[in-house]
Design a protein around this ligand. Structure first.
Ligand code: G3D
Ligand code: MG
Length: 179
C-alpha cells in the first residue's frame, strides 16, 4: 500500500544564488525575473511520487524559503531545525559562492547532523563551459559523500531531477529509521 509522508526541506546558500527561483520553478514551473524581495519566510508545498521496491511513497515537500538575506545565521538555524533534508546552493558564475559550500554544509550540520544534503550549482544556463564549476562542486560533494547537480531555475534544467534525488534520499533515510 502506498505511504504518505510530509517532510520539511530547506535551501541554504549565499544571496542571489537562485534559491527562491529554484523553488518557484519546481512548485509553479514558472520563472519570474522580477521576483519581489521581502523579509520573512514562505513555505511552499509540492507532492512527488517515489517508487521504491519496498513501497510507493507520496512525499509532500514543505519547502521553507527564507525571504531576504539580512537575517543573522542564528536566526537561520531555527528555520533549519526539523528539516528532513536540505539543498545547499551556489551560483556557478560566482566562484565565491562555490567557495562557501563547505561553510553552508557546516551551518546545516550544526543543527541537523544526519539529514541528507544535495549540492546544487545553479545558473548553469549562463555557462558555455561547465567543466571548472562541475569539478569544484564535485570535489566538495566527494569530500562529504553527497550528490550534486548543475541546475538552471531559468530553463528548468535538472530542477525536477534534483528534487526527486532529494526525495529519494529522504525516503532512504526514512526507511533506515532516520528523520
Ligand atoms: P536567492 O533566493 O538565492 O537570493 P533568487 O536568489 O532566486 O532571488 O535569484 C537571484 C537572481 O538570480 C534573480 O535575478 C534571478 O532571476 C536570477 N536567477 C536565479 N536562478 C537563475 C538561473 O538559473 N539562471 C539565471 N540566468 N538567472 C537566475 P534578479 O535580476 O531578479 O535579481
Ligand atoms: Mg531568496
Amino acid at each position: 500500500m502506498a505511504k504518505k509522508l510530509m517532510k520539511k526541506i530547506c535551501l541554504l546558500g549565499d544571496g542571489a544564488v537562485g534559491k527562491t527561483s529554484l523553488i518557484k520553478k519546481f512548485v509553479d514551473d514558472s520563472f519570474d525575473d522580477k521576483y519581489i524581495k521581502t523579509f520573512g519566510t514562505k513555505v511552499s508545498k509540492k507532492q512527488v511520487v517515489i517508487n521504491r521496491p519496498e513501497d510507493e511513497f507520496f512525499l509532500t515537500f514543505l519547502i521553507w524559503d527564507i525571504l531576504g538575506q539580512r537575517v543573522h545565521n542564528n536566526l537561520h538555524s531555527t528555520y533549519y531545525k526539523g528539516a528532513a533534508a536540505a539543498f545547499i546552493v551556489c551560483d556557478v558564475t560566482r566562484k565565491e559562492t562555490m567557495d562557501k559550500l563547505e561553510d553552508w554544509i557546516s551551518v546545516f550540520r550544526g543543527v541537523n547532523d544526519a539529514a541528507p544534503i544535495v549540492l546544487l550549482g545553479n545558473k548553469s544556463d549562463l555557462l558555455d563551459d561547465k567543466g571548472p564549476a562541475d569539478a569544484q562542486i564535485k570535489a566538495v560533494a566527494d569530500k562529504f559523500n553527497l550528490s550534486y547537480h548543475l541546475t538552471s531555475a531559468k530553463t528548468g534544467a535538472d530542477v525536477e531531477e534534483s528534487f526527486l534525488e532529494l526525495g529519494n534520499e529522504v525516503i532512504t533515510s526514512f526507511l533506515k529509521g532516520g528523520a
